[in-house]
Ligand binder design. Structure first.
Ligand SMILES: Cc1ncc(COP(=O)(O)O)c(C=O)c1O
Length: 465
């Protein structure tokens, strides 16, 4: 931790410099010009983040699903990074292999389903998703099936924003300015159960699979290279999969010859109490895309975990794997990931999530007493509350939805000292995804603060007070 916290004067200078020089990802820069301050975390400890004014926030979002271990493991990671920096600060993986990447690949293979034993490193989530696409294409070309040029993804799903990942992302507003997608993608239904009228879970699963298969048939089954889906879909609000759904996707992929990719950039590394969430469904996908939790974001690293079947053609005589990224598998990041996995094991991080999932769910369901909370869904330490305009579940109109999600809730939660996410990429939700080391008491504090913010929203938007 830097020994000198930012002073008020320095903070003001930084705010001005941010306004004048820094382009923010998804930033609304006009607000900065109009004098609004940008949220500027200055230091952090445990599950808490402090801004430059010294205000403390409890991080109910793990800095965008990244900080699995919270913020106090710096000394241990610093030691691992220092050792790596002194030994081999950098090397690429371009037809080269350094020990940290090799050890990490072996370790990841040991954690993945039995059929998955190869790892392609990247620098982050979008790169993992794009790399999975390119590996899928190369696999099919090697199989003598170059016509498999299309993908299936799901509606409202977020798979990243670089052009290849963006093609898979199912949120039209994010795609519109950027022209034709990099490749052809059909979007199948996601697993949003709220507001459906299926008689039971089995009927829901059947309908989802039938509608997904219809997209495959429409695309032309022998033109589909892969289907990508998150085990719990983030955008839209923590849509969990019904029983039999992933087994159905696996069966469909095998029947039609395309690859099944689980995007675990968020769900991987403990968020739902397993290293890989898809294993909860007893299904082995052909690839698993990861990033964020792989290092608990103490360094930037992503990885695609690849089934032996998919990697096999890359070992054929004369074949070159036509993909590479300079920084992917950076030695310091790989050493960080190894340390992260050591800590997960030593400190029982998955056990903590498993032990507290039920409690967190129970506490969150208490908030359904508020008319504004229509649904609570998710798993592990990954939850969404869908917000509705009345106890009958009716939707907000666009203007009020915007006011609620973009202004009222973020401001109210921030004032209360809670970092959580209000989102309207689908129907409006507020999401809680605490660091995986959070205690029951800390989870309770997060839920209590969320409850206060939602009580105020309920009064203001539904009861005119
Ligand atoms: C499921 C999923 N896939 C891919 C990505 C893209 O990751 P990145 O922002 O690291 O490029 C994200 C980012 O949040 C994600 O949630």
């Amino acid at each position: 931790m830097p020994d000198q916290p930012t002073t008020a004067l320095k903070a003001a200078e930084l705010q001005a410099a941010a306004r004048d020089h820094l382009l923010l990802h998804f930033g609304q820069h006009a607000n900065l010009r109009a004098g609004q301050e940008v949220f500027m975390p200055d230091r952090a400890e445990g599950v808490h983040v402090y801004d430059a004014a010294g205000k403390r926030y409890i991080d109910g979002l793990s800095a965008l699903f990244c900080a699995q271990l919270g913020y106090s493991y710096g000394p241990e990671f610093a030691k691992a990074a220092e050792q790596q920096l002194l030994r081999l600060p950098f090397s690429t993986l371009w037809n080269t292999a350094h020990p940290a990447a090799i050890e990490l690949a072996e370790r990841l293979a040991s954690l993945a389903p039995d059929t998955i034993n190869r790892v392609f490193f990247t620098s982050g989530g979008s790169e993992s998703v794009e790399s999975a696409w390119k590996l899928a294409r190369m696999y099919h070309v090697a199989q003598g099936q170059p016509q498999r040029t299309k993908a299936i993804a799901r509606r409202t799903a977020y798979h990243g924003l670089t052009m290849g990942a963006l093609a898979l992302t199912g949120i039209p507003a994010l795609k519109e300015p950027f022209g034709a997608p990099a490749f052809e993608v059909a979007h199948a239904p996601n697993t949003n159960r709220y507001r459906t009228t299926d008689a039971d879970e089995a009927a829901f699963t059947r309908r989802l699979l039938a509608e997904t298969e219809a997209e495959v048939l429409q695309a032309g089954p022998d033109t589909v290279a892969m289907l990508i889906a998150e085990p719990v879909q983030n955008a839209g609000g923590c849509f969990t999969a019904p029983a039999g759904y992933w087994a159905g996707l696996r069966e469909m992929a095998d029947r039609y010859g395309f690859l099944l990719v689980a995007d675990e950039v968020i769900t991987g590394f403990g968020r739902i109490g397993e290293y890989f969430a898809v294993t909860k469904h007893h299904v082995a996908p052909d690839m698993i895309t990861t990033a964020k939790g792989l290092t608990s974001s103490y360094a930037t690293l992503g990885a695609v975990l690849v089934a032996d079947k998919v990697a096999e053609p890359f070992y054929n005589d004369g074949v070159t794997l036509l993909h590479g990224l300079t920084f992917a598998g950076h030695p310091v990041a790989a050493a960080t990931a190894l340390t992260n996995l050591d800590i997960f094991e030593r400190d029982g991080v998955l056990d903590n999530v498993r032990a507290l999932t039920g409690h967190l769910y129970k506490r969150l369901t208490e908030l359904t007493d508020l008319d504004i909370v229509g649904d609570v869904r998710g798993d592990g330490f990954f939850w969404a509350l869908e917000l509705v305009a009345g106890s009958d579940g009716r939707r907000f109109d666009t203007v009020r939805k915007h006011e609620l999600v973009k202004r009222f809730l973020p401001t109210r939660m921030r004032d209360l000292g809670l970092l959580a996410r209000a989102d309207d990429r689908g129907d409006p939700v507020v999401q809680l995804a605490p660091p995986l080391i959070a205690t029951q008491e800390e989870l309770d504090q997060m839920v209590d603060l969320l409850g206060q913010a939602l009580t105020d929203a309920d009064r203001h938007f539904l009861h005119g007070r």
